[in-house]
Design a protein. Structure first.
Length: 202
């Protein structure tokens, strides 16, 4: 009797050879590999999340600002962190030293959470070339697809699909960079929701 080792999966077959990283806006189920505390050059404080989607694609540098350059709280970022915690089933975050240059929140390591990610096109300061990053639009519970507001209100999962249906990339590139990108393209072708601070999911 032959032992079946693989069963053909069309979706997996079509993904062969594609990038090992998330490259498009959308809703993803992410297993968090690390959530580390970082600080910007001007003094702002961030929690930087890296993780992996269900199909093995990675995402890095998901930054949520929790303190502004002047040291005051960034309420939007604090709300976002709390929403991520709630969707991941985490009650508190502590800070431990991983190595000489890295402090992390260990409670988020290995946790699974849904994230709607919006791609932002940017211009590199170093050489003016195009690059991109992702911003978290809204977290949701991975198992149900519901946002915390939907759970609190007893509603079915609808918000994420509504957001994704109209989600577009943000373009923050310099105009000169966009012009150069268009010219390069032409030359190539010529050649041939709000968060409730009082809500607790626990």
């Amino acid at each position: 009797m032959n032992n079946v080792m693989f069963v053909y999966n069309k979706e997996l077959a079509l993904s062969a050879g594609q990038s090992g990283f998330i490259t498009e806006s959308g809703a993803y189920i992410i297993t968090i590999n690390e959530a580390k505390f970082t600080r910007g050059k001007e003094g702002a404080h961030f929690i930087e999340i890296s993780g992996e989607s269900e199909d093995g694609r990675k995402v890095n540098y998901l930054n949520v600002c929790c303190k502004k350059n002047d040291g005051t709280d960034n309420q939007y970022g604090i709300n976002m962190i709390n929403a991520i915690m709630g969707c991941a089933g985490v009650k508190q975050l502590t800070q431990i030293t991983k190595d000489a240059n890295t402090c992390i929140a260990p409670e988020l390591t290995g946790k699974t959470v849904g994230l709607v990610l919006q791609k932002t096109l940017r211009t590199k300061r170093t050489d003016g070339s195009d690059t991109f990053s992702f911003d978290i639009r809204i977290p949701f519970v991975a198992k149900t697809g519901q946002t915390l507001q939907e759970i609190e209100s007893g509603k079915v999962a609808e918000t994420v699909n509504k957001i994704v249906s109209t989600l577009k990339d943000k373009d923050e590139r310099n105009k000169s960079s966009q012009h150069n990108s268009y010219n390069n393209y032409q030359n190539h072708n010529n050649q041939y929701e709000q968060y409730d601070d009082n809500f607790s999911p626990f």
